[in-house]
Ligand binder design. Structure first.
Ligand SMILES: *Cc1c(COP(=O)(O)O)cnc(C)c1O
Length: 492
């Protein structure tokens, strides 16, 4: 059976269900599969299959402690009419690139891919493990995770969900989506800080064992809906496998042909899922990691040094305004080939000095990655020229990826087919998108939504319609120091 271990070497080995419930390991490490499973099928044999038919065996390879019935239940409940695209993840060929559209779920960002299944994985795990406590999901968000987690967990029995978002640093649409969330178990707070502050605050609460014990005594157990939870990551592997099979099906590539993937990256979860897909057996040649002005990862892939001692920027791709990419720790575990002592050392350096440097022999293992970045004006330019050339509308994050992809092609001449992870609907970042396609300035973010629709004819996602007319239900704004108390009063 698959075993999950902490990246920092904590002795205990867990099953998938246990790792999903735990969220984060007691030594602050992240749970990783001890060994990445191989694909349970040949890609070419899956041509013509639906998203669910591909996702189920991929997820099942990681969570082999789930029965066939349990897996079917989770996958069937997750990937249904909540998605506005019948194929769940449409693949669009534009200008010779392949956009894997991951944003057709309820909240119009790719986070729905994992967060529409996580509540089912978690409640099933709770049943399997006979956990009798109420599960309280703590979530830090740079804008999209929060809403997707709220939608996923709203009114799910036996759970409470608390979301912390940075007061300034999410788009107007993102904020409105969260503060109008219904559901009696939902709690949403703005914090006076940025995403890294929110994420650190949440991690601190997880690592406070006294607080954990106090909550447990009152019948509550904390868990996470951030991509530090392995239950978030595994469902994301499925769409890269699916994307590859679709390329085969559409005869864009031949059996066994290598491809590249391009991912707009923040917390490093999405691109790590692509890396896991490769380890399972999908022939991916290069991972093109795209960042905005917060280019820590670009520098990391160019130098082997990770350094957060730098200015933090609020950009027009706010879901990537991150300096501490949590899931990089899981990647380090892979390139250090399971040397948990080394990973722990690097993480301690990061905590104490804000930087770490890879060992020389490990730096060489970064070769399959290419790091690049785009600033705000390049992002807007990229959206504008794409729309003019082909009528295709990208959101700001996908535009960062597309810009870096073009730069990569120019620099390397690499012509392999590339899957571009298309992570959000353009409407979520309406103001920047409107500017990019030459619309005039409006007084509120919501007016841009209607103006973009008039000009482009692209449908507004269901969840974003009439957002400005919904009642605001969550008004709390708190200091970072109040996060713990806020958790306590919310779960009461
Ligand atoms: C979360 C998010 C990202 C970054 O994904 P990671 O898995 O954190 O690297 C990129 N784009 C959008 C729209 C997002 O919501």
């Amino acid at each position: 059976m698959m075993k999950y271990v902490s990246t920092r070497g904590y002795k205990e080995e867990l099953t998938g269900a246990q790792a999903i419930i735990q969220g984060i390991a007691p030594d602050k490490g992240l749970y990783v599969p001890k060994e990445i499973p191989k694909l349970p099928f040949k890609a070419e044999d899956m041509i013509g299959r639906s998203y669910k038919e591909i996702a189920k065996p991929v997820i099942g390879a990681f969570f082999d402690d789930f029965t066939d019935e349990e897996l079917s239940y989770c996958v069937d409940e997750a990937y249904d009419e909540k998605f506005e695209a019948q194929e769940i993840v449409p693949l669009r060929k534009v200008n010779g690139a392949f956009f894997l559209e991951l944003f057709h779920g309820k909240t119009a960002a790719f986070k729905d891919m994992a967060l529409s299944i996580l509540p089912y994985l978690l409640t099933t795990s709770v049943k399997k493990e006979r956990e009798d406590k109420k599960i309280c999901i703590l979530t830090a968000t740079s804008g999209d995770t929060g809403k997707a987690a709220l939608e996923g967990f709203a009114d799910v029995e036996g759970t409470e969900i608390i979301v912390f978002y940075p007061d300034r640093g999410v788009s107007e649409v993102q904020k409105r989506q969260m503060i109008t969330q219904e559901g009696k178990n939902t709690h949403v707070f703005a914090i006076k800080g940025n995403f890294d502050d929110a994420q650190n605050g949440v991690k601190k609460i997880f690592n406070d064992s006294d607080f954990g014990n106090e909550l447990r005594a009152s019948g509550v157990k904390l868990s996470s809906a951030n991509s530090i939870n392995i239950g978030r990551l595994v469902p994301q592997v499925a769409y890269y496998v699916y994307g590859y099979i679709k390329l085969l099906e559409n005869k864009e590539i031949e059996q066994g042909e290598h491809i590249n993937v391009v991912v707009p990256t923040g917390n490093f979860g999405n691109i790590l899922a692509a890396f896991y897909a490769k380890k399972m057996g999908i022939p991916i040649d290069r991972f093109i990691c795209a960042s905005n002005e917060n280019r820590v990862l670009t520098d990391f892939f160019n130098t082997g040094e990770y350094d957060i001692n730098r200015e933090f920027y609020l950009t027009n791709s706010p879901s990537m305004d991150i300096l501490i990419s949590s899931n990089l720790e899981r990647f380090l575990y892979e390139i250090y080939e399971g040397d948990t002592k080394a990973v722990k050392g690097l993480m301690e350096d990061l905590e104490s000095k804000g930087r770490y440097c890879l060992a020389d022999h490990v730096k060489m293992r970064l070769k399959s990655f290419y790091g690049g970045c785009a600033d705000a004006s390049e992002t807007v330019e990229s959206i504008g020229s794409m729309y003019k050339d082909s009528g295709y509308l990208m959101d700001t994050h996908t535009a960062v990826a597309y810009k870096v992809y073009n730069e990569y092609k120019e620099k390397t001449g690499d012509k392999k087919a590339a899957l571009i992870a298309s992570t959000a609907s353009a409407y979520k970042f309406a103001e920047s998108v409107a500017q990019a396609i030459g619309l005039e300035e409006e007084s509120s973010g919501f007016e841009y939504v209607e103006k973009i629709r008039e000009k482009t004819g692209v449908d507004i996602p269901r969840g974003l319609k009439n957002l400005d007319k919904k009642e605001i239900l969550h008004k709390g704004v708190i200091e970072i120091s109040q996060m713990k108390d806020t958790v306590k009063t919310s779960v009461k």
